[in-house]
Write a protein that binds this ligand. Sequence first.
Ligand SMILES: NC(=O)c1ccc[n+]([C@@H]2O[C@H](COP(=O)([O-])OP(=O)(O)OC[C@H]3O[C@@H](n4cnc5c(N)ncnc54)[C@H](O)[C@@H]3O)[C@@H](O)[C@H]2O)c1
Length: 387
Amino acid sequence: MSRRDVGIGLVGYGTMGKAHSYAYAAAPLIRPLPWRPRLRVVAGRNHDAVERAARDFGAERFTTDWREVVEAPDVEIVDICTPPGAHAEVIEAAAEAGKAILCEKPLAADWDDACRAAAAVRRAPVKNAIGFNYRRLPALSLMKELIDSGRIGAIRLWRGSWLSDEFADPEIPFDWRFARREGASTIADLGAHLLDLAGWMVGELDAVSAQSQTFTPARADAAGERHDVDIDEASSALLRFTSGALGVFEVGKTCVRRPCDFTLEVNGERGTLRFDYARINELWFGDGDDAPELYGMRRIRAEHPLHPETRGWWAIGQGIGYGASFVNQIADLLERWPDGRWAPDFAVGLEVQAACEAIERAAAERRWVTLEEIRRGPAVGTAGSPR
Ligand SMILES: NC(=O)c1ccc[n+]([C@@H]2O[C@H](COP(=O)([O-])OP(=O)(O)OC[C@H]3O[C@@H](n4cnc5c(N)ncnc54)[C@H](O)[C@@H]3O)[C@@H](O)[C@H]2O)c1
């Protein structure tokens, strides 16, 4: 198959810049794609660091001005890997320049900016996708397939938890992750993935109640200057879905010796499905139709060629990891370039942001908050922005 080039411009070269660059390099090796991604340019603010990153990532050039990425004639897809508070401005400029956009989650640091971002791609209109890469793990994609095919019946309960020790030590220096305006809440940082998976598998959220806590209210930055921390370090919420299903949500960055302990469980009328990120290629299935002597949960090895998101990967049992979720994401998008529909898109990102905003508001105001209140309510400071 002859492959044509599609030009990529990357904004931000940190952890996600590396993950996405890895995916551009690996995706054509894993799947026979009709398009070959070409990393044209990487943007960052620090000259030497971005020069180094561009070299390491195999990019053709670098710039310290992200606007050059948006305006470059050889860039067709702008890929945004900056902190959440810096997403909306780049999205607006890229949409106006007619570029397709892939943006890391969460769509923005807050509801106002998320509305701006979603409005910009609708107005242009341009192709858009949000980086909810966990959908592309075989085990989670299989979980969705089994739910959709009715294997566990109508869903009654959803449970999602994400525990990390990222902020457990009060001596960790202050940076953008502790400033809500730049890094978003922990609800939106870790929780956006959980809430995306909840919406994808269970359906629309109706209302939430919640609580949040910040255990270390001020931290010193690398230069020793102290700053207030205005994000939640841990939050939990009760969720009510429109279908009548109930949910429990928990995120925490202060959980000692819990590195990225993300678990998801769905209980349906006739079965249970459970995922534990520490066992990334496994899905647990309790089938209510099993004979009583088989009572229990079976461990599915979610790497079989018949399972979703396994195309092109290693033989069953070899393992498909975190990096594969990014490779699958890029491969899925390039298979739908330029005319297919990209999913999940910013409309999904906006719905997830509404859920994050509802949880934040419920915790701050100590009351139940409906999603409708968020969707229809005024976004502070953005009068007239389309919802
Ligand atoms: N999908 C996932 O699994 C996953 C994992 C981690 C982070 N993320 C998301 O990816 C995004 C980036 O996170 P990261 O961990 O790569 O961060 P990072 O700190 O490792 O990298 C951020 C990059 O953005 C640049 N940057 C910082 N502030 C900027 C600004 N104001 N304007 C322009 N550039 C700026 C930095 O120089 C750096 O290149 C965030 O939205 C985060 O939530 C997603």
